[in-house]
Every structure is written in C-alpha cells, then in structure tokens.
Write a protein that binds this ligand. Structure first.
Ligand SMILES: CC(C)(COP(=O)(O)OP(=O)(O)OC[C@H]1O[C@@H](n2cnc3c(N)ncnc32)[C@H](O)[C@@H]1OP(=O)(O)O)[C@@H](O)C(=O)NCCC(=O)NCCS
Length: 271
C-alpha cells in the first residue's frame, strides 16, 4: 500500500522522537522547539491508514537535493516505504529545480545502502567523524599569520569551488541562527572552511564540513571554532571528508574517532 505524505507539524514530534533514534547517528534528539525551527520545515511524514510509518528530512540546495534523514519504523520495513520516501524526495527535488541528489550513510548500514543503490546512487567518498577536546587542539602546532574569519555570502562561490562543496551548502548553513561559516584565507585564496553548529546538545561544537588545503592548517581553523565556544562546548566534533592525512594528524593529537560515513550521490531518477 502506498503511504500518504504530510508536512511535519508540532503534532508529529512524538512520531519523530520515536523514529529519529533509528538513525543511530550519535546525535541527541532535538527538542521540540529546536526541531520546529531547524528540521520540521523540510520534514515530511509517511502514514498508512493514519499511522505514521516513516519520515524524511531534506535540504534543497542549489540544483542538488541533500537527503538528511530517511527512517522507516522497524515494524514497517521491507514493505517499500523507504523506496516511497525516496521517490517523494526525488519528486520534491525535481520540482525545486534539482537534477542531482546526495546523502551520507554509515558503511555498515546495508539496508540503507541497498535502498540508495536501488534508486541509482553510488558511493563518492568516505568521511570520518572525529571528536577533539580543546587540550588535543592545543597539541597541534599553529601556522603563524593565518587567522579565520566569517565567510561573506558573496564569497560562498569562491569557497565552494575551492573545496568542491555541494552547491548551496554554505547558504543553507547561514539560514540557521545557531550556525556560522568560517574561512581561512591565504592572501585572497580560501585555504580552509568550517561550518559551525553552535547548538549545545551533547557538549560538542560541530563542524560539517571541515576542510583545509593542508593538514597543518587544522589548528588555525579549530582555534577559530574555539573562539565561539561557551563553557558547555567541551570539545569540537568535525567531519573530515576524504582526507586521511588530516584525519591522521588529528588522531595523532588525541582525537577520538566516532564514526565513519560514506557520501553517496547520483543524478535524480528521470534526469
Ligand atoms: C533504510 C530504510 C529506510 C529502508 O526502508 P524500507 O522501508 O525497509 O525499504 P524498502 O522496503 O523500500 O526497500 C527498498 C530497497 O532497499 C533495499 N533494502 C531495504 N532493506 C534492506 C536490507 N535489510 N538489506 C538489504 N537491502 C535492503 C532493497 O534493495 C529494497 O528493495 P527490495 O525490497 O525490492 O529488495 C530502513 O531500513 C530504516 O529506516 N533503517 C533505519 C534508519 C536508517 O538507517 N536510515 C538511513 C540512514 S542514512
């Protein structure tokens, strides 16, 4: 049976709160207020005979749809609802002018990877999520003379192309009151970018993405993150994309490896 889709409202929060932990992403459940502000506006739920069976949360970027969460209730899996959620996402992305889509998934999540391959996506690269307390940051040598500052919206394209970011990703970050885009510049050239998430859910300050052109610039970018830290931010958690030398440097300074993730992408079906 095909599910019916509806936009998320506050009344759906209990369903979301039950389904969200299925992601096992290590993130705390957002509060109702946080969910309504940051996630619900681009979340829809799938229901069958009035019962919620799953949900999807997405971001429509510039020409690219970013699938952020796809969850089907454990008792409702293998009935085609995951595929139906992906089809609805593809429809929304196409309507919004996108021709490609992407997402992140844990390499051991065979069900999700099976679903994404079934809709034509393929693996692009691997990332690792690392957590460093501020003492570990202090063990990294800084590079003198290079400090970070907030990236201006008119610099987004320069930074995006330097790091091959997903088009529209930085603009999406800037739409959220608790997020910041920081850049490192050498002369006028971008040499680092961090998209901070200042939300204090589990004591960490997150950055996704976190990119530098040379691993040794990581300290400068982490110092810039730390300038935004409150006493509740006990450590930094950064997503390192496809950059084993940078991950190695941070692990050597005492970073803890939290999770590996794979980036999948593809053309939207019908393109
Ligand atoms: C991933 C998930 C959404 C799939 O939902 P679902 O409703 O069970 O998926 P569907 O029934 O639509 O299956 C579609 C296809 O996905 C693949 N698939 C689904 N479950 C699978 C499994 N356990 N193993 C291998 N492939 C699987 C198959 O190709 C399947 O097609 P088929 O049934 O014709 O063989 C669901 O397992 C889930 O919610 N998991 C927990 C949350 C999660 O990990 N979400 C993804 C985060 S990135």
């Amino acid at each position: 049976m095909q599910p019916e889709f509806h936009e998320a409202t506050a009344a759906d929060y209990p369903s979301y709160a039950v389904l969200f932990p299925q992601l096992a992403a290590g993130d705390p459940l957002p509060s109702l207020a946080h969910w309504l502000e940051d996630f619900a506006p681009t979340t829809f739920l799938a229901a069958v005979e009035g019962e919620v069976v799953g949900y999807a949360y997405y971001q429509l970027l510039s020409g690219v749809g970013y699938v952020r969460n796809v969850v089907v209730a454990p008792s409702q899996q293998r009935k085609g609802y995951g595929r139906a959620l992906m089809a609805e996402l593809a429809r929304r992305f196409r309507t919004g002018g996108a021709n490609a889509w992407c997402l992140n998934v844990k390499p051991e999540n065979a069900a999700a990877i099976g679903l994404y391959r079934a809709v034509g996506m393929s693996r692009a690269y691997e990332s690792v999520i690392l957590r460093l307390d501020w003492d570990a940051v202090a063990r990294l040598p800084p590079v003198p003379g290079i400090a970070a500052r907030e990236v201006r919206p008119d610099e987004d394209e320069l930074v995006r192309s330097a790091f091959e970011l997903v088009p529209g990703q930085l603009a999406e970050v800037r739409r959220h009151a608790n997020r910041r885009v920081l850049g490192l510049f050498e002369a006028a050239s971008p040499c680092g970018v961090a998209a901070l998430n200042l939300f204090v859910g589990h004591g960490v300050m997150g950055s996704f993405p976190f990119r530098v052109v040379r691993p040794e610039l990581a300290r400068n970018l982490l110092d810039a993150m730390r300038a935004y830290a409150t006493p509740e931010h006990l450590s930094a958690q950064v997503v390192i994309d496809d950059d084993p030398p940078l991950a190695g440097l941070l692990l050597g300074a005492g970073a803890e490896s939290r999770m590996r993730i794979e980036h999948f992408r593809g053309q939207l079906p019908g393109h």
